[in-house]
Design a protein around this ligand. Sequence first.
Ligand SMILES: [Zn+2]
Length: 328
Amino acid sequence: MKKKTYITALVCIVLLLCSGFLGFQYLNVNGRCQTLETQASQLQKDNSKLNGQLSDSTAELEEKEAYLAGQNEYISELSHQIDSLAEDKDSDRSDSDEDSSSQEEGITDPYPNLYAEGFNPQEKDSEKIAYLTFDDGPSSLTPKVLDLLDEYNAKATFFVVCKNNEEYDKYLPEIVKRGHTLALHSYSHSYGQIYASKDAFLSDFEKVYDWVVENTGYTPSLFRFPGGSNNGSSYVVTEIIDELERRGFQYFDWNVSSGDGSNLTTRENIIDNICNNIGNAEHPVVLMHDGSGKNATIAALPTVLKRLSEKGYEFRALDKTVPSVQYR
Ligand SMILES: [Zn+2]
């Protein structure tokens, strides 16, 4: 009897010990689970914080890249202006005698009756046409540009960029609908990428071409090199020109710059740059930008349109019949 009690007591102790051990193990595992859960949620938090920082830095980098591209374009504009000023200076020097005598002839014609029937003396100057061009859009500023152009019954040319402008693709058909020329600038506008080789340029070019065709059904035939045709590797650009001309595309540079490639240019600078220089070009092709942030351009545009209209200019869109303005 004693033995039975002893065995029962032993079994009870063993059961007690087992359940105690299991209870302890359960609590231990539970505790570890909680710790792991806390660690996991902390890691998740860290991860999302790092993702946030990464996307901030990427955005910052893209912004800096865009700024650099703008500055590069502006530098290339300035160098072109310096070249053309030097050319003007040379031709002024050699033509100054001829100019003064021909101007005098214009004022006092020694043979006032010596004109054939049907001759129209105003015929030569009857057309004052300005070709306004807007690069790097479409952006949130494009509708404003379109409305201002409509006010003056002005037509213009838009050299568009796709990357970072995708959300404004609704303005592409609007540009066509309002009678402007929709032309190509670049998909990425990244100099390092597009001027790496002819194929690199064509692959980028095809993407922006497809973007325009998909959104408008319109097939563009004009383009402008980012930074102008004198930017990038000279050998590569020559190859690109040959290839794209073979495919029927035509490129346009510009001979009047608004200077708005630099973000330091003010509204007043833009007005002066355009209005003071437009008379120097026979077929003025005016470089402006409607990419994001070009608020000074939009602020200058009403005055530019007003003053040039008062000077007798008509604003037309570029097409293949317009004599090319090309640096090379
Ligand atoms: Zn550009």
